[in-house]
Design a protein. Structure first.
Lengths: 422, 495
């Protein structure tokens, strides 16, 4: 009579398509929210999902309804002390709202809040962004070779002998070659039996000789023959390197104030986020420099203060030294440099030359962010002018200027746009 | 008799045994139901079902995604539990049961949904008149496929625009009264002949001498279309919009059909839930009398049941309006009491009901009423006292709210009338109708909002008019008419 159906296994996530549509429709809001999250977040929490608030007004589905004003009556349960004619002061704020209506209605919120999962957050965050020059991985230095299994061969060294395969082959060969002989032997045995029973001894002896010959041939089939041998084969297949190292170079000289450091911090975070999404393993190297460069840990990098002049060259040299010492092989090398460009003397020209001639060749991608003073946003620094010449000749080099926190994200987007060719 | 089961675990076998026990009791009480189809789902699927108003199949639309996200959030944060079941007005009647429910809850839910709601769907006049239980599932399949085909052919954006606009007018897309059936030729001829006879009989040559008023002749009747205001805005758009493509018309029609399908549910919340709750209570108690369920089962059942029918007071923290389960259950239970053991007050208030056969009386009430009329007819003074119902007047002319009437001798009738009105459709859907379609002129559409007791429309009205403009293709005006026939505010959407 009743029909029982177990639906538990079927059609999960029926609303996924609708949820997806919702997100697409409010993409703009969500993107803004994500941008804001990136701005507000501490580095450590960057890679989590987050809450998105969309104003209720923007998302509501309008319909004709009664607004505040006019005359109305409503009935409520749970009267305790009121009698007809009592006057109750109007609750503030709720225009026509009743005494108890503010309670459960829940309309007081003015925003629709929902959370993005970590994946959704990152997808929107990295929307349209691609790893620069991904096509080059086909022939570039990102490749390493890995030995993989590739079937079996008939020739090889004894160490690679596949016993199971070889025995399979041998068994098949023996069955195939023995078949006829066995059948022949059976026929001969039968006629030998008939001949002996009939007393035809001469004929029987002839048959017996023949039978012996056949049996002998059966016995001579080798258990394992050369054609049976099978060897495990291995081949070298090129594989993209799943490891990347990111060098963070930051100028911590006196001219880099807290605001600029904050900007730089975000820039590095974004690059790091991006790399962790692309590579299985990402190493971070923090190099801060004033007149001379030193490698520090993350905490010191962002939070310790030092003062002094600026020699960019020192940081580049240190980065190159560390690279060839630790990351010479099988690593994708990325360098992100943040500076206010306040270098002087011969340093900018020397740095640019070092970059062009040495470091860039060993680097997958080099990004330079100049943290310009808002006051002098239009005047490029000495380093900037030198680097511009590098950018002209190298295609794995990108540079941008930013003055405020809100510019970091667009800068990043430009740096890593899918078809970035700068 | 030994209990059907002990403990909380259940399997499909057990559900079947519970169902047959419950079916036996339901038959004993004479409940007439569609065949049942019980589907066991996970909480995740329950959230899915929530998003599409409980329908098993829905066309894709962002608003369902929003609803899904909202419910999911509330559920994840523990602000909202999930219903034990969802039941669909279809033939066979589909009920979704959550897998998390215990055996006792599953039995409760089967009694509630598969016999309570089910018999209500089959019996109540609104459902009989406005929904086709045997066709709805097929129609949903058709709607989904049609919408998706349109998306492929015309783009998701174009489809979404039509659906958004239609959704905005959903409350104004239902017929509340049956349209007269198209007259057959024979009936029409007969009517005209009868009319002719009547005119001949009434003929008086004197009328010829009365001068005609010049105004009448200056206003040719065909200039005013439609001749009467039309309350089903979506229907009018579907039939008369000058701009809509055929596929857009069909989309409007799909939304309108769904609105019509849900129309009876909105009208009978209290009755429907009350009826189902009353029957699960009655059926399970009967099972206990029979010994089919043990005391442990009953304790768990009573806990769920009392949770469902709790009515917090208006000033308590958990108040969310009048609980339709509580009010409906109390009314049906009270009606049964009036039939079985009436006191003097009941005899005075319900002379026709007091002392009658309770099953026949309840069946009659279930079949022939909606919330508004059900409350106006059957809410007893005793219940008003039990619920401590009181009415508050919120008039714009007063600087404070005034207690209009309370649950006392002078107030009973007034409170009951006001509560009944609260459930009338007019109290939440403003009166907006199609007034004029300027067919021969600029093809503009004029809507009339009849101001009711001075209550204005919300600001969203402008957006709705803009949506309607999109569907209509030509300028749309919304005139607000005050009671005296004065035209007040005008909202216009020209482009």
């Amino acid at each position: 009579m009743v029909q029982l159906i177990d639906r538990r296994a079927s059609s999960r996530g029926r609303s996924a398509v609708n949820r997806e549509r919702f997100l697409r429709r409010y993409k703009l809001h969500i993107q803004q929210a994500v941008r804001k999250m990136v701005d507000e977040r501490r580095l450590a929490d960057m890679e989590q999902g987050g809450e998105v608030r969309v104003p209720k007004k923007d998302i509501s589905e309008p319909s004709f309804g009664y607004g505040a004003g006019g005359d109305r009556e409503f009935v409520l349960p749970g009267n305790r002390e009121y009698v007809a004619g009592d006057r109750i002061p109007r609750p503030r704020g709720a225009g026509g709202g009743g005494v108890g209506e503010a309670g459960g209605a829940g309309d007081s919120e003015d925003a629709f809040v929902f959370s993005l999962s970590r994946e959704e957050f990152l997808r929107i965050f990295f929307d349209d962004l691609e790893l620069p020059h991904l096509a080059r991985t086909q022939f570039g230095r990102t490749e390493q070779k890995r030995s993989v299994r590739a079937g079996f061969t008939k020739a090889g060294v004894p160490a690679n002998l596949s016993i199971v395969r070889t025995l399979t082959q041998s068994l098949a060969r023996r069955i195939a070659l023995q078949g006829n002989l066995r059948r022949e032997a059976q026929v001969l045995e039968a006629s030998f039996g008939i001949a002996t029973a009939a007393g035809q001894s001469v004929h029987a002896a002839g048959i017996y000789a023949e039978l012996e010959r056949v049996q002998r041939r059966r016995g001579t089939l080798p258990f394992i023959d050369d054609p049976d041998l099978r060897y495990r084969n291995r081949a070298w297949r090129p594989e993209p390197i799943a490891r990347a190292v990111m060098f963070c170079l930051m100028d911590v000289s006196a001219s880099m104030d807290e605001d600029k450091k904050d900007l730089a911090k975000r820039f590095f975070t974004l690059l790091h986020l991006f790399l962790t999404r692309k590579y299985a393993e990402v190493d971070l190297v923090f190099i801060r420099h004033t007149e001379d460069a030193e490698e520090v840990d993350e905490d010191a990098f962002f939070h310790d203060t030092r003062s002094g002049g600026t020699v960019v060259m020192s940081a580049l040299e240190l980065a190159d030294k560390l690279r060839s010492a630790r990351y010479a092989q099988d690593w994708n090398v990325y360098v992100a440099q943040a500076s206010d460009g306040d270098a002087f003397g011969a340093d900018p020209a020397r740095s640019a030359r070092f970059l062009r001639e040495k470091l860039l060749a060993a680097t997958r991608y080099y990004t330079y962010l100049e943290l310009a003073d808002p006051r002098s946003a239009n005047r490029p620094s000495a380093l900037w002018s030198e680097y511009e010449r590098v950018a002209e000749s190298a295609d794995n080099f990108a540079m941008r200027r930013a003055t405020g926190g809100d510019q970091i994200y667009p800068v990043f987007r430009e740096l890593f746009r899918k078809d970035s060719t700068s | 008799m030994t209990p059907i089961s002990r403990g909380a675990d259940w399997d499909f076998d057990l559900l079947e045994r519970y169902d047959s026990a419950i079916a036996g009791v339901a038959a004993e009480f004479g409940l007439d139901t569609y065949p049942n189809q019980v589907e066991v789902i996970t909480s995740e699927q329950m959230l899915d079902a929530y998003a599409s108003s409980g329908l098993p199949i829905g066309y894709p639309h962002w608003s369902y995604g929003k609803e899904f996200i909202r419910n999911e959030q509330a559920y994840r944060h523990g602000m909202q539990g999930l219903a034990y079941e969802i039941v669909i007005n279809s033939d066979p009647c589909i009920a979704y049961l959550m897998e998390e429910n215990t055996a006792a809850t599953q039995a409760l839910v089967i009694a509630h949904a598969c016999y309570g709601h089910n018999s209500f769907f089959k019996g109540n006049h609104l459902f009989r008149q406005w929904t086709q239980a045997d066709a709805i599932l097929d129609y949903l399949v058709f709607a989904r496929r049609y919408v998706m085909e349109c998306e492929e052919r015309h783009g998701a954006g174009a489809v979404e625009e039509v659906l958004d606009a239609s959704h905005a007018l959903m409350a104004h897309g239902v017929d509340r009264y049956r349209r007269p059936a198209a007259a057959t030729l024979r009936a029409e001829t007969a009517r005209l002949a009868a009319r002719e006879v009547h005119r001949e009989r009434q003929f008086n040559d004197l009328w010829r001498t009365v001068p005609e008023s010049p105004r009448d002749s200056a206003a040719p009747s065909q200039r005013c279309f439609p001749p009467d205001p039309q309350e089903n805005v979506l229907y009018f758009v579907e039939k008369h919009s000058p701009k809509l493509e055929p596929w857009q018309r069909e989309l409007v029609r799909i939304v309108r059909k769904l609105a019509q399908y849900f129309h009876p549910q909105a009208q009978t919340k209290v009755m429907n839930e009350g009826w189902a709750t009353f029957w699960h209570y009655t059926i399970v108690n009967r099972l206990h009398e029979q010994g089919s369920v043990d005391d442990g089962f009953m304790l768990e059942f009573l806990k769920s049941h009392t949770n469902v029918v709790a009515q917090p007071a208006f000033d308590s923290k958990g108040y969310g309006g009048i609980n339709p389960y509580a009010l409906g259950f109390a009314m049906f239970a009270d009606l049964k009491r009036v039939c079985e053991a009436p006191d003097a007050e009941d005899r005075a208030w319900f002379p026709g009901v007091a002392g009658s056969d309770w099953r026949a009386t309840l069946d009659f009430a279930m079949r022939n009423f909606k919330d508004e009329s059900f409350i106006a007819q059957y809410l007893s003074p005793r219940l008003m006292r039990e619920f401590h119902l009181f009415a508050i007047a919120d008039h714009s002319g007063e600087d404070a709210l005034v207690v209009d009437s309370i649950h006392d001798e002078r107030g009973y009738r007034r409170v009951r009338k006001l509560l009944a009105q609260q459930y009338a459709q007019e109290s939440w859907v403003p009166d907006v109708q199609i007034l004029r379609f300027d067919r021969d002129g600029d093809r503009s559409l004029t809507l009339r909002h009849q101001l009711r007791r001075g209550r204005p429309l919300t600001e969203a009205a402008a957006e709705v008019v803009a949506h309607l403009r999109r569907l209509w293709g030509f300028p749309v005006r919304l005139e607000t008419h005050a009671a005296e026939g004065r035209v007040g505010a005008i909202l216009e959407c020209a482009a």
